[in-house]
Design a protein around this ligand. Sequence first.
Ligand SMILES: Nc1ncnc2c1ncn2[C@@H]1O[C@H](COP(=O)(O)OP(=O)(O)OP(=O)(O)O)[C@@H](O)[C@H]1O
Length: 308
Amino acid sequence: MTVTLTIDALTVRIPVGSAVVHAATDVDLVLEAGRVHALVGESGCGKSIVASATCGLLPPNARVSGSVRLTSGSDDVEIVGAPERLLRTVRGRRIALVPQSAATYLTPVRTVGTQLGETLRHLESRYGVAELLDRVGLDPECRTLYPHELSGGMAQRAAIAFAIAGDPEVIVADEPTSSLDPDLTERILTLLDGCAGAGASVLLITHDLTAARRHADAVSVMYAGRILESGPAADVLDDPWHDYTKDLMAALPRNGLRPMPGTPPELTDLPDDCVYHLRRPGTAFSGGPTRLVRTGARVVRTRVGGGS
Ligand SMILES: Nc1ncnc2c1ncn2[C@@H]1O[C@H](COP(=O)(O)OP(=O)(O)OP(=O)(O)O)[C@@H](O)[C@H]1O
């Protein structure tokens, strides 16, 4: 059965003291079954907030509008605003999150094996503890370790084992390889490819544009809470249309390491419009109202009445 996760006009505002963080603005994303969709963009642009929203795990004081809809045949579940008892039936079984700070999700006083075993029983999983640890490249002996005995990379792999335990329809992996060496990175990304190959929708949040190019079918580029460009990964990353994506690509070592202009903005009390023109004066894509314009399989945020 084809399952999709459709994020539609997702907007998240988080009050912090007397200010408001514009953590996500009008985010549209469609995750299709059997495909890896990469979400890229600089630190603090809102990628993890989108990840949390897909699993109903936003901070309790967040103000959320828009929709995150899981569709499978005639079964339609809306995540935004769903009661916790419904979310509990969805998390792990239908949508699983590989959190960015993997170690903090484990209970410190129980071994990895005990916690993973409980998760497997709860999800009525078809896997065993040793089998899952092996799939993520961990020695099955790791079952006897406590979370504080895991390195950052081991904790990340343990988090992936928890996420895939229930064969979820959607896997949201928030920088799952940031603490791993190149070999393990490749192994984990290949494992996620395999999950997509078996029918899952995978959202891969990453700073690694080369990995996104190699492993993702589609990519969305995010800046200051907004999607600026989306489309097939090879098209967008080899031939970017938006100036922001061009700047990101030009900053890669293989493209000459040209530094990004300026620095990313604070997301506190941003104006209503896209703000990339403040970093790159003269860009035709930002500076005034913008909207996402579709051309074939590609979508690019374009200035209304003056875009390129
Ligand atoms: N619990 C929270 N309360 C208030 N603001 C938050 C909270 N979580 C995230 N933010 C803010 O929301 C914005 C987006 O953060 P987010 O973590 O989603 O960025 P990111 O793109 O995932 O960054 P990175 O690549 O560094 O992980 C940032 O300004 C961040 O400070």
